[in-house]
Design a protein around this ligand. Structure first.
Ligand SMILES: [Ca+2]
Ligand SMILES: [Ca+2]
Ligand SMILES: [Ca+2]
Length: 213
């Protein structure tokens, strides 16, 4: 039994390590799930790699005591935003079977997708597809569903920033995974009218359940 144990990564031996290219970076989004339905969990992560952000997948199983160095190998799958030019695709990533077909799906946020000049943000749902299962790399992936955040207007021009925070789980216990979306930048004014200061500041969590998309 571990009690108040501290692990110092500078001294610990990791089971599996994934290294970015020296010129690249991983970004916030990170998730684990069996996207291709082969029974082995896969690793999904957002990254900046010489251009707009993308979401990359390494398909399991992972060999123990192995370093996967992206300086000398490519990820199995790379997904790029279908709205190029907004550099936040993969800021948040979650995995779950949201359409109840038995295979995990990918839910990806891009909080800087703009609408009329404001960071409204968007959340995409990518169904397991033949392209994903075969490990192809669609340069522009077509999501099964796109959820757009609200833009500025009476929200003081901030936009919702949808896609910064995500979770997928069966919240309402109907056996189907639901999508939970945080809206961190949402600012509303009282009675819906613009004013000099927000009368209240709400950061809602939104729950979406599957409805035959
Ligand atoms: Ca897998
Ligand atoms: Ca599914
Ligand atoms: Ca549910």
């Amino acid at each position: 039994m571990f009690t108040n144990r501290i692990i110092d990564l500078s001294r610990a031996e990791t089971h599996v390590t994934v290294l970015s290219k020296p010129s690249d970076n991983f970004i916030n989004g990170l998730a684990v799930g069996d996207i291709d339905g082969d029974g082995f969990n896969d690793l999904i992560f957002g990254r900046v790699a010489g251009g707009p952000t993308n979401v990359s997948l390494l398909l399991g199983p992972f060999r123990p005591a192995t370093t996967y160095n992206l300086a000398s190998m490519e990820p199995d799958i790379v997904i790029r935003d279908s709205f190029p030019g907004f550099d936040g695709f993969g800021y948040a990533i979650a995995v779950g079977d949201v359409n109840a077909d038995g295979i995990s799906d990918l839910v990806i946020g891009n909080p800087v997708v703009g609408r009329e000049g404001f960071d409204a943000g968007a959340v995409y749902v990518f169904k397991d597809s033949p392209a994903l299962v075969r490990g192809l790399s669609p340069s522009v992936a077509q999501p099964l569903l796109t959820i757009l955040g609200a833009f500025g207007g009476s929200d003081f021009g901030l936009g919702d920033g949808l896609g910064r925070v995500l979770a997928v789980a069966d919240v309402n216990a109907d056996g189907i995974d639901d999508i939970v979306i945080g809206v961190p930048s949402s600012i509303r004014v009282s009675n819906g009218l613009p004013g000099p200061l927000p009368a209240r500041h709400r950061s809602p969590l939104v729950l979406l359940r599957w409805v035959e998309w």
